[in-house]
Design a protein around this ligand. Structure first.
Ligand code: 16G
Length: 250
């Protein structure tokens, strides 16, 4: 693993097209790449700071800075006295507006969706409240199970104004990729999260036993002009996800 990382770091240092002059950002990219390529698996230990700084000819401060950024992103975890590991659970920082697809790709996993529903219809009263839409307006609805390879991780119901995304079949695996084509990816979101016990149907879809812990999350995503672009209700598996928030005093 140390060799794979050293090779990747050297490759990035030589690569003029993606040249990153700051060594700690180059190393951060190299670590991210080896995780994505699965040269290092979840749960495995990263070489120590000292070994990395020796192997790459970098100061320990630089190595530490590279690693701390990835710990904040949730890709690495640190246990006092035991070192730095590739995170096993999927750690989602609450301060970053990322998509399911991006979260999984960053970990070298292949996200995909299986749809129950991709339709267009008139907005319901609840949806019109959530999306700030007038009665009678058309919305696109997506209902899907989200997988990493063959493992189901979440169930999601999404509603998007049809004025923003006219055709639900434009969403293949990623909603945000589809929205990006219209320059309408949310730039800000409000999220509400609570613990739930998964019901029989949800548990079956997520391959867990009924009554297992889940996270029920509602996200309202906004465009720059204040329009609500998505209202998504998700049920994430509680045995796999950690949601982490950074807190600061005023
Ligand atoms: C995440 C979001 C969900 C969003 C989706 C887009 C949470 C709790 N929810 O699952 O609101 O619609 O990503 O992902 O993070 P996609 O672009 O892969 O479809």
């Amino acid at each position: 693993m140390q060799n794979a990382l050293a090779d990747e770091y050297r490759r990035l240092s030589r690569d003029t097209s993606t040249h990153q002059p700051l060594a700690y950002l180059r190393l951060r990219r190299a670590i991210r790449n080896v995780i994505q390529h699965r040269d290092i698996e979840p749960g495995q230990t990263l070489p120590s700071e000292r070994d990395l700084s020796q192997a790459l000819g970098l100061s320990r401060v630089t190595v530490r800075k590279a690693i701390s950024g990835l710990v904040e992103e949730g890709l690495l975890t640190q246990r006092h006295g035991a070192g730095t590991f590739v995170a096993e659970r999927i750690v989602k920082p609450m301060s970053r507006l990322t998509s399911f697809t991006e979260d999984l790709r960053a970990r070298g996993l292949h996200p995909r969706s299986e749809f129950f529903e991709r339709s267009v219809g008139e907005v319901t009263p609840e949806e019109s409240m959530a999306l700030n839409l007038s009665p009678g307006v058309l919305v696109v609805r997506l209902h899907r199970v989200r997988y990493a390879e063959d493992e189901p991780l979440a169930i999601e119901r999404t509603v998007v104004p049809a004025s923003i995304l006219p055709d639900p079949h434009e969403v293949h695996d990623s909603l945000y990729e589809a929205l990006e084509k219209y320059d309408c990816r949310p730039i800000r979101a409000l999220q509400r999260l609570r613990a739930v016990l998964l019901g029989a149907r949800q548990a079956r879809l997520l391959h867990v036993t009924a009554g297992s812990a889940g996270l029920h999350i509602e996200r309202r995503g906004f465009l720059e002009d204040g329009r609500v672009v998505e209202f998504t209700t998700s049920w994430y598996r509680g045995d796999i996800y950690d949601f982490v928030a950074e807190l600061q005093t005023d």
